[in-house]
Design a protein around this ligand. Structure first.
Ligand code: FAD
Length: 465
């Protein structure tokens, strides 16, 4: 037998090639990339398989949806990031099965099924929106998980403002200019804040006859306050800031039904139901593990929680396997939050174990460096251990952290210019769109590819966002 590639493919006596490598990584998000970079730097051969070969910086997706930045600025190519490591192989494909006893992963690429042998497998396939048994909500709401989601939402926002500008029907106009965000976690808060700001600082200038007061943004949350994971002073501050900016915050309220033009909501305390109209409803109320988690759970006897997340062992191994690991949003361990630092640190922990730098069985210990959420221009909340910051200071910290993480992007300069245009001026650089009859088509997002091997730098450490 002879090794024919850095990936370890082996020619058998008959000349057929059995695809095999030391480590297979599934995914190209925060967890997968953190593991990949650590293995790559150590010269360990691996194959990274992902259904998207970009590395998406999800925390800034809401800015793509609201025209602040282009998708390319937050979605560099993983191939480019890993290009300088000869033993790293990136493949576009979707993992569909695993055979633990044989040490094989099955993935689909170009409509064909492929099998690849591994000595260690790292799964980091993330999560998607959860609709809590009401999957039909997906058809009548907007999500924010992928670049496609952000671009779809941006097209809808443009459409609503354009149609509101031309319609002579006051009720239709009101509905077009009504936006609802379901779920007041960090993403919901950031989106609600940005849409209101978009109305006042961009569309009110760009479209005659539209003022910020014409635009209704309603933030609906089932818990008793916004940003429930923060609680206390930060939640109170955020709610007050949102309300001051004109956003209607509806707390302790569950969405019971949704159609194309509005939703039924129910007060959890009184049981009172009412209808809220909105042409655009954005669902940001929960997540569930992507499908591959279920496959892994079944093949390794690993339990899952209600969101389908793998209840991994303390060392991030899965079920009864010492050679299969899972990290990030597809897992649940010690109530750690579904945030990028957890995924990145998990990825590095697993890589260290595989490289023999950490003893097998060593529990994963998460170091919490804090979290932050932007409310609107010059206003954010930040929590770093017991230190809680609000307002401009927190916003400047947010800006600094995100600048640091964008440092290595080739087009970071463009992002900084875009932020200046939006935060200091009234511009939304990515709301320039070509208008086809009857349907405006946004262009601009995705028009830069943002590819840069230096992207290694900004995503190498945890963003505290
Ligand atoms: C809008 C939004 C805002 C956020 N804001 C913040 C924030 O401010 N701060 C913060 O810390 N966190 C934030 N998060 C959460 C953070 O982005 C996630 O915790 C992080 O992305 C999890 O990393 P991951 O590697 O587990 O999964 P992901 O980054 O989601 O990556 C999953 C990868 O797996 C791939 N994949 C999925 N299924 C398969 C399959 N079967 N085969 C092959 N590939 C597959 C996907 O293409 C993707 O590349 C935000 C998330 C969203 C959606």
């Amino acid at each position: 037998m002879e090794l024919v590639a850095d990936t370890g493919a082996i020619t058998t006596g008959a000349g057929a090639v059995r695809d095999e490598t030391d480590v297979v990584i599934v995914g190209s998000g925060f967890g997968a990339l953190a593991a990949a970079k650590k293995l790559a730097k150590a010269g360990k051969p691996f194959v990274l398989i992902s259904e998207t070969t970009e590395h998406l910086f999800q925390p800034l997706l809401y800015q793509v949806a609201t025209g602040v930045i282009a998708a390319g600025e937050i979605a560099p190519s993983v191939r480019a990031i890993l290009a300088k490591y000869p033993k790293a192989d990136v493949r576009l494909g979707r993992a569909v099965d695993v055979r633990p006893e044989a040490g094989e992963l099955v993935y689909e690429a170009d409509g064909n099924l492929h099998t690849i042998g591994y000595r260690s497998l790292i799964a980091a396939t993330g999560a998607r929106q959860a609709y809590f048994g009401r999957d039909e909500f997906e058809d009548v709401t907007y999500a924010l998980k992928t670049v496609a989601d952000a671009e779809r939402l941006r097209r809808q926002i443009v459409r609503c403002f354009e149609e509101a500008h031309t319609t002579t029907d006051p009720e239709l106009r009101r509905n077009l200019l009504s936006f609802m965000v379901v779920g007041a976690g960090a993403t919901g808060v950031e989106l609600a804040g940005q849409i209101k700001e978009l109305a006042g600082r961009y569309f009110a200038q760009a479209i005659r006859g539209v003022t910020a007061d014409d635009v209704t943004v309603t933030l609906v949350e089932g818990a008793g306050d916004v940003l429930p994971v923060y609680g206390g002073k930060l939640s109170t501050y955020t709610r007050a800031s949102l309300e001051k900016s004109g956003i209607e915050v509806v707390l302790g309220t569950m969405v019971t039904d949704i159609d194309e033009h509005g939703a039924m909501v129910k007060d959890a305390a009184t049981g009172t139901e009412k209808r809220l109209t909105a042409e655009t409803i954005i669902w940001s109320a929960g997540v569930q593990a992507n499908d591959f988690a279920k496959v892994l759970a079944g093949r390794t006897d690993c339990e899952t929680d209600r969101a389908g997340r793998l209840l991994v062992n303390g060392d991030l191994t899965v079920g009864n396997r010492a050679d299969i690991y899972a990290v990030g949003d597809m897992t649940s361990l010690n109530k750690l939050p579904g945030q990028s630092p957890v995924a990145m640190q998990g990825g590095r922990h697993v890589a260290r174990t595989i490289l023999g730098k950490t003893a097998p069985g060593t529990p994963f210990a998460f170091r919490d460096k804090g979290s932050m959420a932007i409310i609107n221009r010059f206003n954010a909340v930040t929590k770093v251990k017991k230190i809680e910051l609000t307002g401009v200071i927190a916003w400047l910290l947010w800006l600094a952290v995100h600048l640091v993480y964008l440092v290595g992007f080739r087009n970071r300069y463009v992002a900084v210019m875009s932020w200046c245009g939006s935060f200091l001026g009234h511009r939304r650089p990515h709301f320039h769109y070509a208008q086809a009859p009857g349907r405006p088509v946004a262009v601009g997002a995705g028009d830069g590819d943002g590819r840069d091997a230096d992207t290694l730098a900004p995503v190498a450490d945890e963003q505290a966002a």
